[in-house]
Ligand binder design. Sequence first.
Ligand code: COA
Length: 322
Amino acid sequence: MNHARIVGTGSYLPEKVLTNVDLEQMVETTADWIVERTGVEERHVAAPGETTCDLSEQASRHALEAAGVEARDIDLIIIGTTTPDHVFPSVATQLQHRLGCRGGAAFDVQAVCSGFVYALDIAYRFIRTDGAQRALVVGADTFTRIINWQDRGTCILFGDGAGAVVLEKADQPGIIDSQLHADGRYKELLWVPAGVSSGYEQTRENAAFVEMRGSEVFKVAVHTLKEMAEQILAANGLTVADVDWFIPHQANRRILSATAKRLGLPEERMVDCVRIHGNTSAASIPLALDVAVRDGRIQRGDTLLLEGFGGGFTWGAVLLKY
Ligand code: COA
């Protein structure tokens, strides 16, 4: 079977920045409370009319450029997103059209904040089995569109953005291992109660937004991220000491710190963009990856552990040599 490796990364953040001080004007909170409980200082918010496909396109163009790959050479596009431009068609098909590459498979994956890890896993399996040669894998969300700006328990956490990678067939790994999981029992801890086949009509008058039981989500997230890291490392004969860079879903600084502590992983080896991005859902991991690649922290040959966690719950890990 083939191997697959990341040959380029890219990301994009909308121009508008929403600070904690801005949020003080919107809900009963303080900038200090938000920083202390979440680590978030600012997040980016898509402009009116700016869509998930717009963010995906910018991130993808940066990733293609970094990889030195022409869009016409992409034969698979997978986007992890929960906030598509339309009920259908998928964001991936629209992105394909905008980039000018035609004919290869293009589809969206809905695994909320684990969306990028799910998309990367699927692309990896396509390339492993000769179903594709070169994939564009994107995590993109305009999550602020499904946020209730009167709910101080959620509106402080989320932001918008997109990250992308080009994944290519290779002789050597690349991706060493990838694991995906889900447990639907946890639906109501983090969800949007209405959907296309349930309550869609009512949403015209009464929009449906993210609802979350924050402290319960927090506990499951830390436990799951820790267990999953140990599981995938052990399965590959590795330990935490072998990981050069840990890139977990950027949910909350306290979740990241607690996970690193339980794993015995020094925080200096964890990529943490929570302060400047907030939780960008499926975009958070590829955004953090791209930041650390471009600022020179991540070097070719480094061992990376990516871990997603999101509504469902869904979770997944990808272990790779960059
Ligand atoms: N400003 C000020 N006070 C706030 C607040 C805000 N923005 N949000 C909640 N509070 C209040 C609560 O109302 C509560 O007040 P009470 O004690 O009078 O009832 C108090 O702070 C404690 O609330 P609690 O929810 O227990 O706080 P917490 O320490 O768990 O922090 C979160 C809340 C949301 C920051 C935290 O639970 C969290 O980040 N959870 C994980 C969420 C997450 O990452 N989700 C995405 C996963 S993919």
